[in-house]
Ligand binder design. Structure first.
Ligand SMILES: [Zn+2]
Length: 214
C-alpha cells in the first residue's frame, strides 16, 4: 500500500481561524449531532432556478467560513448537491482531466457537483492528510483516502460531466460526496487517530443534539 503523511499545516476543508466560526454570512451550517448530517441526499431531478440559487448560497456560505467544500446536508438539505472551491490551493493540487481534456483545476472553480458518483482509479494508492469539517468545531484529524478518483456528475443545467483528479481536489470531492451519503470524515479515520478526538467529538455531538432544530 502506498501511503504518505502530509504536513499538518496543509489545511483541508475548513480554515484555521475558528474564532469567527459561528458568526458568518450565509446559511447556517449544521453541526455534528444534528440528524440531517446522517441522512442520504435524494437525487436531484429539477435543474431549475431554485437549484442555481441554492448552489450560489452554498458557495457564499462555504467562502464566508473559509471552507473549500460544502454539502447540502451542511445547510440542512437532503439533496445530492455539493460545492467545492479550492481557492489558491487549486494551483497546487494535482492535474485534472475534465470531459476528456487536461485542464488546470483553477478553471473548474467553483465546482458544483449534482448527483455525483465516484469511482476510485487506484484503490491501493492511499494518502493520509489532516482534514477538518465546517460541521465539526475544532475537530481535525488524519484521514486515509484514495489519492485519485474519477467522478461523474451533472452541472446546474443537468449536463453530465466526467472528472478525473488527484491530490487535494480528489480528497475534497471525496469528503463532500461522503456528506451526501450521510458519511462523515470521522468515520474514515483509523481507530488510533479517531481515539485522539473521540472525547471532543462526543461532547460536540451531545451539545448539538440538544440544540438540533429538526
Ligand atoms: Zn465536511
Amino acid at each position: 500500500m502506498f501511503e504518505t503523511r502530509t504536513a499538518p499545516e496543509q489545511t483541508c476543508f475548513s480554515g484555521q481561524d475558528v474564532s469567527r466560526f459561528f458568526h458568518k454570512m450565509g446559511m447556517r451550517v449544521t453541526q455534528y449531532g444534528e440528524a440531517v448530517l446522517r441522512e442520504r441526499g435524494s437525487v436531484v431531478t429539477n435543474f431549475d432556478e431554485e437549484l442555481a440559487t441554492l448552489a450560489d448560497e452554498m458557495c457564499d456560505t462555504m467562502r464566508s467560513h473559509d471552507g473549500i467544500g460544502l454539502a447540502a446536508q451542511q445547510v440542512g438539505r437532503t439533496m445530492q448537491i455539493c460545492v467545492v472551491d479550492l481557492g489558491q490551493a487549486a494551483r497546487e493540487t494535482g492535474g485534472a482531466r475534465w470531459d476528456g481534456r487536461d485542464v488546470p483545476p483553477t478553471i473548474l472553480m467553483p465546482l458544483v457537483l449534482v448527483n455525483p458518483k465516484i469511482e476510485v482509479s487506484a484503490p491501493d494508492e492511499i494518502d493520509f492528510m489532516e482534514e477538518g469539517c465546517l460541521s465539526f468545531y475544532k475537530v481535525r484529524g488524519d484521514v486515509p483516502r484514495p489519492e485519485r478518483i474519477e467522478v461523474t456528475y451533472q452541472d446546474l443545467q443537468g449536463i453530465q460531466h466526467h472528472l478525473a483528479c488527484e491530490g487535494l481536489l480528489s480528497r475534497c470531492i471525496q469528503h463532500e460526496v461522503d456528506h451526501l451519503n450521510g458519511v462523515l470524515f470521522i468515520d474514515r479515520m483509523d481507530k488510533q487517530d479517531f481515539a485522539k478526538i473521540r472525547g471532543k467529538a462526543r461532547r460536540l455531538k451531545r451539545r448539538n443534539q440538544l440544540v438540533d432544530p429538526s
